[in-house]
Design a protein around this ligand. Structure first.
Ligand code: GCU
Length: 598
């Protein structure tokens, strides 16, 4: 019984604070020299948290008087990357700890080299062990983290163990209740990055907020080494600029780029950018564009653009699992492209880099957010610290992406002193790293003013924090047509651009009839709902875009009706089997009329 008692104490320590927090993540991880650890991992399902005691030591009996209650060998295996819920029927609803373990060989680091163990994402809490040593802890299922394992690896038979926990918690982000599947697991790529001890750790290269030909570059070395030369080259722009680092190992420059072709939705131009020191070289494709607002317009490269949007979750509905690869990204993004979309709100959390980078190459503007989704304990210091770190991890990962147009700071939160302070902190955190993107939030606290026949948001200070107002409103679904759509309008921050970040209703693909009944879940009802919303949007004076909820039907444990496809939210324009509903065609035709004169 003693073991059990000690184990439970150890569990509390690991699950609450754990070992060292992950260190700042390296920029452009996928562009580095690396060895993949993707593939089949051993796994042990540990609902009673017994493994925290010593499972990560992966010990074997040393003599006839010993035994082990566990073994990673010969047992269950799980594919990495990938959620565990969709890999085994018995894990469909599982919330708890799953231990992952695998052996790997790796060429030992040469003198002056570093090895960084990089996780692109683990849902939601990871405690990582290497060769029977705890090496770190990370919380947050949608942002990358890394650990320096230079002094912890050997050439052969390394054993890595990861305790992955997806229990929902009141102080977590998201918290206890959310309308998507609580997928757990090592859901994204894992690899070991090999870099020189002094390497190019971070850079931020972007076009000036207003000047169409002025590129700014900030570079940071991994060590505070002064007087180092970093060469920035953009061959196609005939740019080659030498920067000299300061006592912090950092350097900045601004350089005019004549004849620069700006990244745009109809010409997603990317340039090959390389940074070199005498020890390290790193390259990637970067786009340069200006995005800002002017009155009620969003300007992309100084020209008004109407945001023809859609959202999707990071999920492949046909597989009923998390998306994680280029092929998955292509499936989701091609469906958006066919719809005529130029803007994607990646709901409700930072999605994997395959999706973000492919979206940029395809010419989509993006909205990214961390899952500040209802029920967040804004007054809780621990929650605030987690939000600050997650926001920083997201913005640091994607700050060089020209496709990123908007950092979202919240989804459907209620005004309060704590919430307003929290959102201000989120905005400040994002802009401290990257102030070239717009800031928005999705508000669902509008009220009907029957005299003016307008929806309004009265008395919400957070509206002053955003550049673009996001509105979630389900007229015809969660709310009714109190007047004819042609008479209904919106009076929210009319001096700012307003985007409907969510609207829509549910339908089972193939179900027809009862077009006037919500309970029908018919395509007819959904289509009519879309026609009415589009009619209402004509009355919104500061309308700058729309983004229906949602592209695909998606899984949610909060949807209980067998008649409507049990455990699926059916607001998709496309079914979970890729079938396009009538409303899909209504939105495709609507988008085809936009940005004609751009
Ligand atoms: C909310 C929420 C979505 C949710 C949607 C719905 O607006 O932001 O995440 O799925 O409502 O109820 O379908």
């Amino acid at each position: 019984m003693l073991n059990l008692k000690i184990a439970s104490v150890t569990v509390l320590l690991c699950l609450s604070s754990g070992g060292a927090w992950a260190q700042e993540q390296i920029i452009n991880a996928y562009g580095r020299d690396s060895q993949s650890l993707n593939g089949e991992w051993h796994a042990i399902i540990d609902p009673y948290e017994r493994g925290r005691w010593d499972m990560w030591k992966n010990r074997k009996p040393q003599n006839n008087n010993e035994f082990r209650e566990y073994s990673f060998d010969e047992g269950l295996t799980l594919n990495v990357p990938g959620d565990f819920n969709s890999q085994l029927p018995e894990l469909k609803y599982y919330e708890g700890t799953v231990w992952y373990g695998r052996y790997f060989d790796i060429p030992e680091p040469k003198p002056g080299e570093k090895l960084l163990l990089y996780f692109a994402g683990v849902a939601n809490v990871a405690d990582v062990y290497l060769n029977a040593e705890p090496i770190g802890h990370h919380e947050g299922g949608f942002t990358p983290f890394q650990f320096d394992i230079t002094d912890k690896v050997k050439g052969r038979d390394n054993f890595i163990a990861v305790a992955v926990n997806n229990n929902r918690r009141p102080d977590a982000i998201p918290a206890m209740n959310f309308d998507w599947w609580n997928y757990g697991g090592i859901t994204r790529d894992v690899f070991v990055i090999r870099v020189p001890e002094e390497h190019i750790a971070d850079y931020y290269i972007r076009l000036d907020k207003e000047d169409p030909e002025l590129i700014h570059a900030d570079v940071a070395l991994s060590t505070p080494s002064e007087g180092e030369t970093v060469t920035l080259t953009i061959p196609e722009l005939k740019i080659s600029r030498k920067l000299i680092t300061d006592s912090n190992g950092k350097a900045s420059t601004s350089v005019k780029a004549k004849k620069l072709v700006r990244w745009d939705i109809d010409n997603p131009k990317l340039y090959n950018v390389t940074l070199t020191t005498d020890r390290d070289t790193v390259s990637e494709e970067i786009g340069f564009r200006n995005i800002r607002t002017r009155g009620t317009e969003v300007l992309l490269n100084d020209r008004p653009v109407f945001l023809c949007g859609v959202s999707f979750h990071e999920e492949i509905p046909q597989r009923k699992g998390r998306a994680f690869s280029d092929a998955d990204a292509a499936m989701l993004l091609n469906e958006a492209k066919d719809l005529g979309v130029n803007f994607i709100r990646l709901a409700h959390y930072p999605q994997n880099e395959h999706t973000v980078r492919m979206a940029e190459k395809m010419g989509f503007m993006l909205w990214e957010e961390i899952p500040i989704w209802q029920g967040i304990d804004f007054a809780n210091d621990s929650t605030q610290a987690k939000a600050r770190r997650m926001m920083s991890e997201m913005v640091n990962r994607d700050k060089n992406r020209a496709a990123l147009a908007i950092w979202g700071i919240a989804n459907e939160t209620r005004p309060s002193e704590a919430r307003n302070a929290f959102l201000a902190m989120m905005k400040e955190t994002a802009q401290a790293i990257d102030d070239t993107k717009l800031i928005s939030a999705a508000f669902d606290n509008s009220n009907w003013n029957k005299d003016s026949k307008c929806w309004e948001i009265t008395n919400d200070a957070a509206l002053d924090l955003v550049d673009v107002v996001g509105i979630n409103k389900y007229v015809g679904w969660y709310d009714n047509w109190r007047v004819d759509p042609s008479e209904m309008s919106w009076n929210v921050k009319r001096e700012k651009p307003l985007v409907f970040t969510e609207f829509g209703g549910e339908a089972q693909y193939g179900r027809h009839g009862n077009g006037d009944a919500k309970w029908s879940w018919s395509e007819d009802y959904q289509a009519e709902l879309y026609r009415k919303n589009l009619r209402m949007f004509e009355n919104v004076p500061n309308l700058a875009g729309v983004s229906p909820w949602i592209l695909f039907d998606f899984r949610s444990p909060t949807r209980f009706s067998p008649l409507q496809g049990l455990e699926f939210n059916r607001k998709g324009l496309t079914s979970d089997r890729g079938e396009r509903k009538e409303a899909w065609y209504i939105m495709r035709d609507y988008y085809s009329t936009k940005n004609k004169n751009r």
